[in-house]
Design a protein around this ligand. Sequence first.
Ligand code: PMP
Length: 462
Amino acid sequence: MNMITNHLPTEELQALDAAHHLHPFTDGNALAAKGARVITRAQGVTLTDSDGNDYLDAMAGLWCVNIGYGRDSIADVAARQMKELPYYNTFFQTTHVPAIALSQKLAELAPGDLNHTFFSAGGSDANDTNIRLVRHYWAAKGKPEKKVIISRHNAYHGSTMGGASLGGMKPMHAQGGLPIPDIAFIDQPNWYAEGGDLDPAEFGLERARQLEAKIAELGENKVAAFIAEPVQGAGGVVIPPETYWPEIQRICDEHEILLIADEVICGFGRTGNWFGSETFNIRPDVMTIAKGLSSGYAPIGGSMVTDEVAATLNAGGDFNHGYTYSGHPVAAAVALENLRILEEEKIVETVCNETAPYLEEKWMQLGDHPLVGQAGICGMMGSIAMTPDKSARAGFAGGAGQVGLICRDHCFSNGLVMRHVGDRMIISPPLVLTKSDIDTLIDRASKALDLTLKDATDQGLM
Ligand code: PMP
């Protein structure tokens, strides 16, 4: 990094940013007019910007900094690895110690017999791998026509051509001719938005059974896999009704298709267990991992598969697929150190037994706020759906997202990073959040909700 640039005044950094940096998921002109927030430092659960303002980061970056910021031991491990072997690949009959150690450690941590990892640099490319992997799997079994992957509307599985095709985000499909062929969709288990008069349990079954209907419609001989996040993250932290996952598991068991659990957000403690599949009693054949795998300290992800899937792939000859940075030694060493911290500091146990129950109690009380139609939480990921009319679960006058944006801005002004998805406010804080941090988070969120209610009323949005 250029240390001189780091010390420029905020306005100059913003101007340089606007001149040369294209941001993800951003309207560039709108951002240039406002100026980007320049984050300069972070420690624990706190971010600091270039004007010296502190924020409690209730999103853990992008759902990833599970162990919190400022871990010296990770920097030490990365420096050591860079000096010893900064890079080598794992193609062409070679391997290296960090990739061996990390894949072995993941086999120990992952549920069931998910004992094999194909590495990527993040979640999107891991899901691209999954598309090719499940199709190669069925071809190796002599069923190359089993190609279709069924996903869900409003799912998020990444931003590459494959990842965005697997995702069910309409604005993403609208750009660049997506989805690619042989991806099909069923509806999401979002009771609050789409449940109508059904009770959540009935609705969960109805949505799960859409999978069975879709398999019948397409023909079981054409379907390779079903992919889903245990809890939809970017879709708005949509926690499925209790009936949903058992029915999905039954359908996957009764039909010859693979179940891919996208654990990019849910993995590594987020839901109060090591994996969301444990929280929801899911037995995936393939599991996508990223984010909390390295707590964001280095870019790394992967596709974990069962013994049976690995054996079939291995019997299928060359898998003509791989990335320069598959199993990158520095990223793998960083991930190993992150997993050591998660284990030795008993972070997942503390979330499960102490902090997540405390957060749940406080978070659910936000459901009593006049602006909140529903509060929901699973471990350390939560949402509140804002509404002008609780009983009707109605949307706001003027369209979705305006009130969400107002609330997000009030959060920022009050030292809290919460994200909005439409008019849902969501959190996914570092797992090291303490009870006192939780009190701060709830105080700031309540204040932001009060201010949002006032603005929405003043602006005639209610
Ligand atoms: N899958 C899920 C469930 C995600 O939430 C994300 C990222 N938010 C991805 C895949 C894509 O991961 P990445 O941004 O690392 O490519």
